[in-house]
Design a protein around this ligand. Structure first.
Ligand SMILES: Cc1ncc(COP(=O)(O)O)c(C=O)c1O
Length: 404
């Protein structure tokens, strides 16, 4: 089958929601390199949008998958699941957690986290049901998460939205103070808004949010779907901010490419009782074995240190680009969750297409931002090569703009 055939089938039979797909179809992957249907190789700085933590064809993940495929690939939650118990222990021990629950995606984990926050209060006979999230956030595509996602473009087709969820300006502690009332049950936020342009929260603001939530008896949920699992150079991004949430959600990088979502709650907030929540697939042996393999590889391979190191190299290169070009560029993010915000004079899509020609995969994020979220095993040599290519692309675009 050629790329043209695949494209024709897609256009005829697949829902028309992923517009502007890049003209690529990958048939091979190894380490940080993807090979497309024509045999051309690309260094991957997308990683399935911060998902493929260990890159491609990683022996630890292959072993986990093959072993479970040969034994018990799926098992109902009617029964005990060894890998589920082990993964729950591991994630709780790595974090502040008392109990874990496993879902299949980020949105599903966030839905569960909201249900858990509501249950925490209803169990005590307290009537609190309202949820506060931030503008420019992204929490997923389910109905409730569309309401939680503070971006009009995701909400517009689905109005009226699920009740009881309000989006307030980010970084504005006064706005939060005013928004919290006696019925507020939780605040949910990202520490770096990955889809919203790789926008980092201010440390002081996050600490104020924590303080306010504690004072007002409101639960704090960190959505670490994109920031979690070593992406920022710490296992969880909250560790950079000197605060601990009551509930945290994970997904993306946790399974290294195999779908899994997780809710981690402090012992006190682990309010679910039998029958309150559940799933057919979530927490199955295959997904949990993959997540265990990812966590084990991060630990044994000292990936936290290498992500920090690679992240510093990436950030200093991006800052150098920031200084070099007259168009306004702004480097943001941390670790291997970084972005280069680009002013409106250059469409980020043009840069991405030119980088594809040079053999590097990058992806967009909100606000005309170039997002750089490679596998956690990306080394500095590849980062420097990508930065050099990006420098050439920016230079040629600048020259072209000058000649117009
Ligand atoms: C912070 C955050 N939360 C939730 C989600 C939704 O995750 P999923 O697409 O797995 O439902 C995403 C996806 O990009 C995300 O970045």
């Amino acid at each position: 089958m050629t790329l043209e055939n695949i494209k024709e089938l897609n256009d005829k039979y697949f829902v028309n929601i992923y517009t502007g797909r890049y003209p690529l179809c990958f048939t091979g992957g190894d380490g940080v390199v993807l090979t497309d249907i024509s045999g051309k190789k690309y260094i991957d700085f997308v990683a399935g949008i911060a998902v493929n933590s260990l890159g491609y064809n990683h022996p630890a993940l292959l072993n986990a998958i093959c072993e479970k495929a040969k034994s018990v690939m799926h098992c109902s939650n009617f029964y005990f699941i060894k890998e589920q118990s082990e993964l729950a222990e591991k994630l709780c021990q790595l974090s502040f957690g008392g109990k874990a629950f496993f879902a299949n995606s980020g949105a599903e984990a966030n839905e569960g986290a909201i249900k858990l926050a509501k249950k925490y209060f209803s169990k005590q006979g307290i009537k609190k049901h309202k949820i506060i999230t931030l503008e420019n956030s992204f929490h997923g595509r389910t109905l409730a998460m569309v309401a939680a996602t503070g971006q009009e473009k995701y909400q517009k087709p689905y109005k009226p939205l699920v009740n009881g969820i309000m989006n307030i300006p980010k970084g504005d502690i006064k706005a939060l103070e005013e928004a919290i009332d006696d019925e507020t049950c939780a605040v949910m936020m990202e520490l770096i808004q990955g889809e919203g342009g790789v926008e980092m929260m201010d440390k002081e603001y996050v600490q104020q949010v924590r303080k306010l939530c504690t004072e007002k008896g409101v639960l704090l949920i960190f959505d670490e779907v994109q920031t979690g699992i070593a992406r920022t150079g710490k296992m969880f991004a909250y560790e950079h901010f000197g605060v601990t949430p009551d509930i945290m959600t994970l997904a993306k990088g946790l399974g290294g490419g195999f779908p899994i979502g997780a809710i981690i709650a402090s012992e006190e907030c682990s309010a679910f009782e039998p029958g309150d929540h559940g799933t057919t697939f979530g927490g199955g042996p295959m997904a949990c074995a993959c997540a265990l393999a990812v966590l084990d590889t991060i630990e044994k391979g000292h990936l936290l240190a290498s992500v920090s190191d690679a992240g510093e190299c990436l950030m200093s290169g991006l800052k150098a680009l920031e200084d070099n070009y007259s168009s306004t560029l702004k480097a943001q993010g941390m670790g291997l969750l970084t972005g280069l915000k680009i002013d409106k004079s250059v469409n980020v899509g043009i840069i991405i297409n030119q980088m594809i020609e040079k053999g590097f995969l990058l992806c967009p994020s909100g606000g005309n931002t170039l997002r750089i979220v490679p596998p956690l095993i990306m080394d500095k040599k590849n980062i420097e090569e990508m930065l050099a290519a990006l420098d050439q692309v920016l230079e040629s675009i600048e020259k072209e703009n000058e000649s117009i």
